[in-house]
Design a protein around this ligand. Structure first.
Ligand code: HEC
Ligand code: HEC
Length: 246
């Protein structure tokens, strides 16, 4: 989200320029990556939003070159509201460099990490703007009286905000055209670059070699693509609107 703005700001801020040029490039790449992938929950400056402040995190403090941060990124903490992200080693090191750079700069400023984020603090968006945005961007696939009815009673405010940005749950559908003109279709169980396993409607699992005869339809792919087009403000406005669906 707002990747370009993040990059543009960075280049302008003299406080942000570390000693060596290579380091500077790594921090700036990490900053842009962080803003795009993590900023929505941790704040673009990593000082906390619905997710915790990472500048004063002791885990971040003890991290060396991404060894601890990378583990959290790759495994996530799904039960606590943090999804897993498959990032490259270089991307992880960039994010770590950015966080360490920020932490060094901020070390003198003490700030308490809020354990439970109060809903009033999440409600910084504009409800009417959120409704308008929903009508134009979401109604094609969703309805507030249909599939999203009572959404706000299903999730705690905190989880709801994460759901808007990172819905999960629905498994992709795998369709395999078999040589004998037979089609096998089912829910994806496992997939890597070599093979795919699906579960058919009768509950049987089948494994196939990956190939041009395999189609995978991920209902959330479009969601993910769209997410990159929303600004943080759009998401906050949407939250203010959807939080009322009780
Ligand atoms: C959907 C919201 C969300 C996103 C996106 C997200 N996080 Fe988190 N993150 C959380 C939450 C919530 C926690 C606290 C989990 C807990 O209580 O254990 C957390 C915890 C962490 C921690 C551990 C902090 C500590 O002190 O234990 C790190 C490090 C972290 N996130 C880094 C990242 C990075 C880097 C990204 C982007 C690649 C990211 N997060 C994206 C929600 C998010
Ligand atoms: C191209 C279709 C499409 C569009 C457009 C779309 N979504 Fe989704 N959305 C989905 C699918 C598919 C799911 C997964 C539903 C499921 O798991 O049953 C989903 C899930 C969700 C969920 C989680 C629902 C739950 O019960 O956990 C929320 C919240 C959500 N979307 C919000 C939005 C918002 C807000 C917008 C507009 C900014 C939007 N979506 C645009 C297809 C779409």
């Amino acid at each position: 989200m707002l990747l370009l703005v993040g990059l543009a700001c960075f280049a302008q801020n003299p406080d942000d320029i570390p000693s060596s040029q290579a380091e500077s490039a790594q921090v700036s790449a990490g900053k842009a990556q962080f803003a795009q992938t993590c900023g929505f929950c941790h704040g673009r400056d990593a000082r906390g939003a619905s997710g915790p402040d990472l500048i004063r995190s002791s885990l971040v403090n003890h991290d060396v070159n991404g060894n601890l941060i990378g583990e959290v990124i790759r495994n996530g903490r799904p039960s606590k509201g943090m999804p897993a992200f498959q990032l490259s080693d270089a991307e992880v090191r960039g994010i770590a460099a950015f966080l360490h750079h920020e932490a060094t700069g901020a070390a003198s400023v003490a700030r308490r990490i809020p354990a439970e984020y109060p809903v009033e603090k999440l409600l910084v968006g504009n409800r009417a703007a959120g409704e308008a945005f929903f009508q134009s961007h979401c109604r094609r696939c969703h309805s507030v009286t249909g599939d999203l009815a009572h959404l706000a009673t299903k999730y705690k405010p905190f989880e709801l905000q994460a759901r808007i940005a990172f819905p999960s749950g629905r498994k992709p559908t795998v369709i395999v055209e078999d040589g004998s003109a037979k089609t096998v279709k089912g829910e994806e169980v496992y997939q890597d670059e070599f093979r795919v396993t699906l579960k058919d409607s009768a509950g049987w699992t089948h494994t196939f070699k990956m190939g041009p005869n395999v189609t995978i339809e991920d209902p959330l792919q479009e969601h993910e693509r769209l997410l990159k087009t929303y600004s943080d403000a759009n998401v906050h406005d949407l939250f203010a609107y959807l939080e009322e669906l009780k």
